[in-house]
Ligand binder design. Structure first.
Ligand SMILES: *Cc1c(COP(=O)(O)O)cnc(C)c1O
Length: 412
């Protein structure tokens, strides 16, 4: 494929028109939308209206008049179709870490009747916050709960033994881009008597999801990555209707109360998904999540997935072809069904090479050890961008144009 072929492909791409709805700086190829999504153009006007009119003029009245109070559940209903959930099963609130704490606590409580089942199974390669939150919870509960870390996806089936209460997995690994089989592992966990909790941080808006059809138990996910909700935008939590009545979580604040304004001294959980709420929400950043979701409503996850795979296939082919002879190792699975929407290559000087790429306007990121991550976001990544990014990487490696002494400092 030539660069010209890429331009032709972009011209015929149905998703191409949606790129116009994002504000992307000139001279930058942005391949880090898996970490912080680009800004929908509409977010600026939305923020201005919210600050000037809803806050400035509406003041306290806006909790009702501008729909602030209902926003977490309203946004949840717009996330639902993207993850295969029903209306009334998702709420946008708090952070992924906090929502994971709630989901795990609720799940452990549901499993607490069997004193022989006291193990949470997850992967050593899981995103650290997921491990820390699970660890923290086991220490806090102190009822012999423990965490078991497996070293590879192949070890998961054996780890789902008679002591396992809960399988906690991140569906698409943040570092490798490996995608678990959500339906098969959920079914296996259930067959072995465990519940399945999924972290969709690198899946929501990136790959089609069918949580309800898979019969998963709980899920959490991020809105500031592929969903383009803005830096630090609130996360979401999914509790399927069949578990809502049993869903009790320790951060049961007044927003999760059946009648928050009754100001009663006893807690009584809200009937539906609202019981996953805790307290007052950051309305400014919550409201902007809607701008990102509005773009997804103009296409389908199937169209996004088809383009994502075409983009990542092209990048892998161009890099392997153009950079042959350099010590690059593809870390991301080649099999489509095992791949998310990112491509990771390991290089002994991965950090330095990524710094050189960023200096030339190709923004990906680096994750220790040695891994360069390239995220593909079909709403705004073009085939020509992929071609240019691969050509830039090839030039840097051929010219040895990176600082071998550079060492990772802060997250980029
Ligand atoms: C990005 C990410 C998070 C982020 O959690 P925060 O609470 O928003 O910091 C959590 N889990 C996974 C797997 C992630 O990739």
């Amino acid at each position: 494929m030539t660069r010209n072929d890429c331009l032709v492909r972009d011209a015929h791409d149905d998703l191409g028109a949606l790129r116009d709805q994002f504000d992307l700086p000139d001279g930058v190829i942005y391949l880090d939308g898996n970490s912080l999504g680009a800004r929908p153009k509409s977010a600026l006007a939305r923020a201005q209206a919210l600050i000037r009119d809803e806050w400035g003029t509406g003041l306290i009245r806006s909790w009702n008049d501008a729909g602030w109070f209902a926003l977490p559940c309203r946004l949840g209903d717009r996330v639902a179709p993207l993850i295969g959930a029903a209306a009334g099963e998702v709420v946008v609130t708090d952070t992924t870490s906090i929502n994971l704490f709630k989901a795990l606590a609720a799940a452990l409580r549901m499993q607490s009747g069997d004193p022989a089942r006291r193990v949470i199974v997850t992967e050593r390669a899981n995103f650290p916050t997921d491990i820390y939150i699970a660890q923290g919870l086991t220490l806090w509960l102190a009822q012999n709960w423990s965490l078991r870390l497996v070293d590879s996806p192949e070890e998961i089936p054996d780890a789902l033994d008679e002591r396992c209460a809960l399988l906690l997995l991140t569906h698409v690994n943040y570092r490798s881009g490996y995608q678990h089989d959500l339906a098969a592992l959920t079914a296996l966990a259930h067959a072995r008597g465990a519940l399945a909790v999924w972290d969709l941080a690198h899946s929501a808006g990136a790959v089609p999801l069918e949580l309800g059809a898979a019969g998963a138990d709980f899920a959490v996910g991020c809105t500031y990555k592929y969903l383009n909700g803005g830096p630090g935008a609130p996360a979401f939590i999914w509790v399927p209707r069949r578990h809502q009545e049993a869903f009790a979580q320790p951060l049961a604040g007044w927003w999760g109360h059946a009648a928050p304004f009754a100001m009663a001294p006893e807690f009584a959980p809200a009937a539906g998904i609202a019981r996953a709420l805790c307290g007052t929400q950051p309305v400014l950043s919550l409201a902007l999540v809607e701008c990102g979701l509005a773009v997804f409503e103009q296409t389908s996850m199937q169209a996004i997935r088809a383009k994502s795979l075409a983009l990542s296939d092209l990048f892998i082919a161009l890099v392997e072809d153009g950079c042959a002879g350099h010590p690059l190792t593809l870390v991301t699975p080649r099999a489509h069904e095992r791949r998310g929407s990112q491509v990771s290559f390991a290089h002994p000087h991965g950090y330095a090479v990524m710094q050189a790429l960023i200096a030339r306007g190709v923004i990906g990121d680096y994750r220790a050890p040695h891994i360069m991550r390239f995220g593909f976001t079909p709403l705004y990544t073009r085939f020509a961008d992929v071609w240019d990014a691969a050509a830039t990487l090839r030039a840097i490696l051929h010219e040895n144009a990176y600082d071998r002494a550079a060492a990772p400092t802060a997250v980029t």
